[in-house]
Design a protein around this ligand. Sequence first.
Ligand SMILES: NC(=O)c1ccc[n+]([C@@H]2O[C@H](COP(=O)([O-])OP(=O)(O)OC[C@H]3O[C@@H](n4cnc5c(N)ncnc54)[C@H](O)[C@@H]3O)[C@@H](O)[C@H]2O)c1
Length: 284
Amino acid sequence: MSSRDDILTPGRVAVITGAAAGIGAACAQAFARLGMGLCLFDRDADALDRLSAQLGTLTEVVTVTGDVTSAEDLARLADTAFERFGDVAVLMNNAGITAGAGPWDDLAGWRHQLEVNLFSIVTAQSLFVPRMLQQDRRSAIVNLGSKEGITTPPGNAAYSVAKAGVKVLTEQLAHELRSAGGDKVSAHLFVPGYTWTPMNIALKPKGTQKPDEAWTAEQLADYFLGRLRKGDFYILCPDNVVTQEMDAKRIEWAAHDMIDNRPALSRWHPDWADKFARFMRAQD
Ligand SMILES: NC(=O)c1ccc[n+]([C@@H]2O[C@H](COP(=O)([O-])OP(=O)(O)OC[C@H]3O[C@@H](n4cnc5c(N)ncnc54)[C@H](O)[C@@H]3O)[C@@H](O)[C@H]2O)c1
C-alpha cells in the first residue's frame, strides 16, 4: 500500500461515470477543490450541464453524455478523456442503479442490473487500463461496491450479486495490476455506508428529510479522498449508525456461515437471531 499523493494533485484529471448526481457529483466537487480537471459522464445530460456550469468556475470540466451499458458510449468517454487531457489520474466507475430482481423472477431485470452495475465496469476497465498502464504517471481505478455485495442481506438478489461481482472483479484487478505494472495503476474498492443521495431519496415518500443514520454525499466524498490518499484498497465507509467495528463483526459473522456450516444468511435466520445479537454485543 503506497500513498496516492501524486494522483490527487492539481492539474491531474478524474474521470467519473454517473457523475451528475449523488456520490459521483460530490466526488467531482471534491476533486475540483483539489484543482483536478474533470471528465464527467452520465446519461442525464441536463444534470451534467448544471454540474459542469457549477464546477467550471473551479476547474476545467469536460462532459460526455451516454449510457454505461453502451460500449460505444464508454469508448467515446475514454477517447475524450485521453485526447482532451492526455492524462487520466483517476477512473471512478460509479454509475449504478438499485433496481433488481429476486432469485427466481424478472430475467430482464437481472440482465439490466448486471449490465449497469457490473458489466459496464468490465467494459470501462478494458478501455482504460491498457492506456493507463502506458502513462508515465501513476493512476488509480476506483470501483463502487456495496455492503450488499459483502454481507449480502436478503431483499435484492440481483443488486447483491452485481456488487459481489464488483468486489471480486476489483480484487482480481488489483492483483493483475500488481503483476502488470507494480504500483503504476492501483485499484480500490469504494464501499459507501448509507448515504443520502437521489438513489436512496427515490426509495422514500416524496419530501422525506435526510434520516439521522445517513451520511451526506459530501461527507462521504471527503472520507473517501482521505482513504484513497492513504492508498487503501478496501475503502469501507461508516455512516452515522454503522461503525467500522460493526462492519468488521458483520463481515466476520458472514464468513463463519460457511466455516461453521450454518444455514445461508444465518444473520437473518430466526433460529440464529439471538446468537447474532449476542455476537454483535460481545467485546471481542
Ligand atoms: N447511496 C448509497 O447509500 C450507496 C451505498 C452503497 C453503494 N452505492 C453505490 O454508489 C454508486 C453511486 O450511487 P448514488 O447513491 O450516488 O446513486 P444516484 O442514483 O444518486 O446517482 C447515480 C448517477 O448515475 C447515473 N446513472 C445511472 N445509471 C446510468 C447509466 N446506465 N449510464 C450512465 N449513467 C447512469 C444517474 O443518472 C445518476 O446521475 C452506485 O454504484 C451505488 O450502487 C451507493
